[in-house]
Ligand binder design. Sequence first.
Ligand code: AMP
Ligand code: MG
Length: 486
Amino acid sequence: MKSLDHLTFDNRFAALGDTYSTEVLPDPIADPRLVVASASAMALLDLDPAQAELPVFAELFSGHKLWAEAEPRAMIYSGHQFGSYNPRLGDGRGLLLGEVLNDAGEHWDLHLKGAGQTPYSRMGDGRAVLRSSIREFLGSEALHALGIPSSRALCVIGSSTPVWRETQESAAMLLRLAQSHVRFGHFEYFYYTRQPEQQRVLIDHVLQQHYPECVSAEQPYLAMFRSIVERNAELIARWQAYGFCHGVMNTDNMSILGITFDFGPYAFLDDFDANFICNHSDDRGRYSYANQVPIAHWNLSALAQALTTVIDVEALKAALELFLPLYQAHYLDLMRRRLGLTSAEDNDLALVEQLLQCMQSGGVDYTLFFRRLGEQPLPDALQVVRNDFIDLAGFDAWATDYLARCEREPGNAEGRRERMHAVNPLYVLRNYLAQKAIEAAEAGDYSEVRRLHQVLSTPFDEQEGMQAYAERPPEWGKHLEISCSS
Ligand code: AMP
Ligand code: MG
């Protein structure tokens, strides 16, 4: 374990120079106080969780103090937002403080979100509100606990600094960790500004630092692009299997590492609805739950376009064609597990689709359905979940097929409950749970944010006294309007 002042920095991105980022110092927020910290994220930096309570911790992650070896910089990128190209985005309110080299030899970017204005702030104030900082903290840590690749969150620091959104709110900072903060939009920026040499330096940087296994391939850039396609296929399969809706899949919010990145008005499905739109500003549902699959492919195409400078167009097209079959294979694999199936049959995808179709008629909580289905004995579990369906005839037809399918499983039902509970969470970050924790935090009580974070850090294990977190949401909690304003 290390103390906070003994972190080792190795700032490889900053070393690329001013073409890629701009030096900016954090602008501190007043009266910094710890809202919540993640012990498992602290462990990535070899930090003892007790250090979160030290005053210096809140000072470092609120812009009041800085390590001598840190080199805070705002990154330059552009990207496609809701399908239209925006030529100039960049870190408008976040700074890459530096890269920490941990004892395991991993580099972790320290990114301070809400650190004040930068040359890329446009009309924005450079701040993040407490509400959105807590949402990103809880969302990224909850996804990680579910086994879904994501950026991590070290802590949220609150303040008395006022900021204006629809009403007056208070500023906060979130310390985000990721092995890279390079987005699809970084490559688009250099492509659309016609700077091929500068773009190639960035491509080589990402290849060497983040895709070292591709360096010795016959065509290293193509091998890297294929890996990016593969990672995104797997990521989106996990989102879909667990009902996670990102909400703002703009190419500037897509990580080059294939991890969940930049949390805005995201949500987990409560009742299953393939057409669910979590982003209140997304009128046409471009980023609806079901659209996440074709949109991920669209985003990869936008990245491919930017990489035509170094990779043959036909090879890029062929790599893009890998996305859908890879996605389908991962998704089916996950859904088989969620249904407790250990073998594969040709009709399994049809069985999954038949189930979702009956769920679509309404009333079925997506998370609790799978959890309850895992109870023993199976016929009783089916009776319990049946109660929630509106399409009872549809459900009965499915249940007959599913029972028959389970009987064809090799081995017996032994271990079924354990196996299913290990992949079907009892607790997910429902919007209304986040909302209640946020309201308490806004009133100065951080205990609920901390408790919720704690519960979500082991989502598959039933936790004593936490039954309230495993309930279906109340009616008001299903229709919260979450906008981009953060
Ligand atoms: P986001 O919606 O957080 O992905 O942000 C999209 C773009 O707007 C990025 O370039 C952000 O840096 C910028 N941005 C968002 N909010 C602010 C803000 N309050 N001040 C300055 N820039 C912002
Ligand atoms: Mg963003």
